[in-house]
Design a protein around this ligand. Structure first.
Ligand SMILES: *Cc1c(COP(=O)(O)O)cnc(C)c1O
Length: 354
């Protein structure tokens, strides 16, 4: 069966390195664990490094962490739907919001249940995912302050996720200016300027982070050691955190172009083939149900991912210097997207090291 080897020690080393890096810049770091579905084995190792807060998009993952006996503070990253409000109030400490309606409902519920929930109101600084558009944000933020009162914890922004917009000091200045104005005109104290995710790390690394920004939410850089928005490995971290292994089920020489008229594949895609003559091809026991095939990099020289259907991955292994056989296991490095699906798949066995 296909399995993923999880190097907890290397993940913890990444977390520790980034905790120090952000700490030196006066930035508090929340470790985001949604890509591993809040896996308690991993979370517990991260908490050992001194991380105090976990950022999650799903309440099920928060439950899973809490049930394992861990008690960090929790930041909910995804805007909650009304059916979840009660659960949010019961199990979350900070929540990112961008609608006054949900803020009002959550605030009322938190008073009713006597549990303090703190709100970070999101400002869209151009990436076009969540948040009130920055150029018309002030009024709405003022309303949010009125509704939230003492529970208004600050403002935040998210870049790089939908639009792939790159973080710059100017983007973060927008938050700081809005916050200053709120302090002056609404008399509120801003505990958190929650600016960054992994894509905003360069500002800390090159010393251009505007003073006042004091909170980052980091996932990809801790888990993968990469920063996909800026297309780089994050210096000081390692990418040796997760390795996926698939088993060779079939190994045969076959033509590189299918024989017959070509329609669409199992997913309605029109595959493209280049005629390279006969090639040695391996079929592995991993498919679209387990992984994003385009996010896989074989760690064996001369192997190339060709295509996948629901349960099968096809590799061209003609140029592999190692003599492969059926039943051999081939290791892969994964992109963030591929890792997300692997950790979510029930079918991939998780093996922990370190
Ligand atoms: C997922 C997420 C993050 C973490 O982003 P990375 O790029 O993985 O560091 C931060 N903030 C929000 C709102 C998110 O949804």
């Amino acid at each position: 069966m296909a399995y993923v080897v999880i190097n907890k020690l290397n993940i913890a080393n990444n977390a520790r390195y980034l905790l120090n890096l952000t700490g030196r810049a006066g930035v508090e770091m929340t470790s985001v664990t949604k890509v591993v579905c809040g896996d308690p084995e991993i979370v517990s190792k991260i908490i050992e490094t001194g991380v105090r807060e976990i950022g999650e998009s799903r309440l099920e993952n928060i439950d899973r962490i809490r049930k394992s006996g861990l008690s960090p503070t929790f930041l909910l990253l995804r805007l909650p739907s009304p059916q979840l409000y009660r659960k949010v109030v019961e199990s979350v400490d900070y929540v990112l919001l961008s609608e006054l309606k949900s803020l009002k409902a959550l605030k009322e519920l938190s008073e009713e249940l006597g549990r303090r929930l703190k709100f970070i109101y999101m400002v869209d600084t151009g990436d076009l995912r969540e948040g009130v558009m920055y150029d018309r944000a002030f009024e709405e933020l003022g309303e949010a302050v009125k509704i939230a009162g003492q529970s208004f914890a600050g403002i935040g922004t998210n870049l790089g996720c939908f639009g792939g917009v790159i973080a710059t000091p100017e983007k973060f200045e927008i938050l700081l200016e809005l916050g200053d104005r709120l302090c002056r005109e609404a008399g509120v104290e801003i505990e958190r300027y929650s600016a960054g995710n992994t894509a905003s790390l360069p500002l800390i690394e090159n010393g251009t982070l505007p003073r006042g920004i004091n909170h980052y939410r980091l996932g990809e850089s801790i888990m993968c050691g990469t920063d996909v928005t800026n297309n780089r490995a994050v210096p000081g971290t390692t990418r040796e955190t997760f390795t996926l292994y698939g088993t060779v089920l079939e190994l045969k020489r076959k033509p590189s172009v299918p024989i017959g008229e070509i329609g669409s594949d199992a997913f309605g895609r029109k595959p493209h083939f280049e005629d390279m003559g006969e090639r040695l091809k391996a079929i592995l026991d991993i498919g679209e149900q387990d992984v994003v095939p385009s996010g896989l990099t074989p760690m064996l020289e001369g192997c190339r991912v060709l295509h996948a259907s629901s349960d099968h991955l096809i590799l061209d292994v003609t140029d592999c210097p190692k003599k492969l056989s059926v039943d051999d296991q081939i290791p892969f490095r994964m992109s963030y997207g591929a890792l997300l699906r692997v950790m979510t798949s029930h079918y991939i066995i998780k093996e922990y090291r370190g």
